[in-house]
Design a protein around this ligand. Structure first.
Ligand code: A2P
Ligand code: 11C
Length: 359
């Protein structure tokens, strides 16, 4: 069998990469539909050796479609994902809208592929900063336990979309030419928020809007999604998770400084290194003697998650530091989405169950 696939948000930074990853996947692909907003209808986009014509996404776009790979924002997925399921398609959604829904598995295949068996037609892809984090945390939790995790992120501009990347480059150029760059900030830190600041030559400790207790929405996503993926419950107390999300003037590739406390004094750094290194698609880059450690520039364009700087807390036995880097547009978005679809195909799960609450 070949599967007819619709890519929703095909013109976006992630959508284009979804088409690219789909072309390189093992999925037997039949017809491919490129869907976006009315603004892009008629635009041409390439897939393998075909030229696709972008069509406006509507509730009627999903007739004869088997799989929808969506990355067109939460409000689009809110209405179009159920419409696609009603038309008989299975949706893998990269937006945040469905992630915490109890009927929706939130999946990083290396960690919880088994959750796919319970799908009701919609499967959610986690936030990029969560995905690379759980690749490193899950094996530690399974083998040694985890009392507490404290994360500091160093997130690339591309997480905020193409306009944010263009803005940083324009600011950097202005600064190098001696021009004022402050007036060039219109998108970051958050498009709809009241103030905007330059990211070039700067750090912005705000990703997404502020919510309760002074945490940003990005920080809450990391806390809740991590618990749902590893523990199956966003409110589970088994692991205490907290952190700070910071935007840095890097184009592609999120970095994360992660402090983990296993509570077990006997665990050694080598055991942590081995546990994390045994996860599929994790690459350990960790050798101070040769200055080997993960870097965004080295991770760009790769599907893997890179982990290094693994070392013990010298005054708290059983606790460790990690440095985790991955391409936020690939493992953090497009590749994880296509990887989920590939596994759905392998597990013969590309069908909407009759009792689906979305159908
Ligand atoms: P378009 O290019 O027509 O605006 P990015 O995050 O890189 O900006 O990409 C967002 C993607 O989501 C784009 O493909 C965009 O299409 C698409 N999109 C945004 N709003 C809608 C909408 N209302 N319906 C369908 N697609 C949308
Ligand atoms: C960022 N993590 O770097 C965000 C982007 O929930 O999929 C991804 C938002 C999401 O700005």
């Amino acid at each position: 069998t070949a599967y007819n696939v619709a890519v929703l948000g095909a013109t976006g930074a992630v959508g284009r990469r979804i088409l690219d990853q789909l072309a390189q996947s093992t999925i037997p692909v039949g017809e491919v539909k490129a869907l976006a907003s009315a603004r892009s209808a008629g635009q041409k986009i390439s897939f393998k050796n075909q030229e696709l014509t972008v069509a406006e996404a509507t509730e009627d776009s999903f007739t004869d479609v088997d799989l929808v790979l969506a990355s067109a924002g939460g409000s689009t997925s809110k209405t179009l994902a159920p419409a696609a399921v009603k038309a008989g398609a299975v949706v893998v959604d990269n937006s945040s809208y469905w992630r915490m829904n109890d009927q929706v598995p939130l999946v990083v295949p290396e960690v919880n592929a088994a959750a796919l068996k319970e799908h009701q037609g919609i499967i959610a892809n986690p936030n990029c900063s969560t995905t690379q984090l759980v690749m490193a945390l899950d094996p530690v939790y399974r083998q040694f336990g985890l009392n507490q995790v404290i994360i500091s992120t160093y997130q690339a501009a591309s997480g905020a979309g193409k306009a944010a990347m263009d803005e940083v480059l324009a600011e950097a150029q202005a600064r190098l030419l001696g021009d004022n760059m402050a007036e060039l900030a219109h998108v970051l830190p958050v498009k709809g928020d009241k103030k905007h600041f330059p990211l070039a030559f700067n750090l912005l400790p705000q990703i997404d809007v502020f919510e309760e207790e002074g945490y940003t929405h990005e920080e809450y996503k990391m806390i809740h999604e991590t618990k749902k993926i590893i523990l199956g419950d966003k409110n589970a107390k088994d692991i205490k998770v907290t952190g700070t999300a910071v935007r840095v003037p890097v184009m592609i590739g999120h970095g994360e400084s992660v402090y983990i406390d296993t509570g077990d004094e006997n665990v050694t750094p080598d055991q942590i290194r081995q546990a994390i290194g045994a996860v599929d698609n994790v690459i350990i880059e960790d050798d101070p003697a040769t200055q080997t450690y993960p870097q965004p520039l080295l991770a760009e364009g790769k599907r893997e998650t890179f982990v290094g700087r693994i070392r013990p807390d010298l005054e708290n036995p059983g606790a460790f530091h990690l440095w985790v880097v991955s391409d936020n547009l690939l493992k953090g978005a497009a590749w994880n989405t296509v990887e989920i679809a590939q596994i759905l195909v392998e597990m013969d799960l590309v069908r909407v169950p009759a009792e689906s609450s979305f159908a």
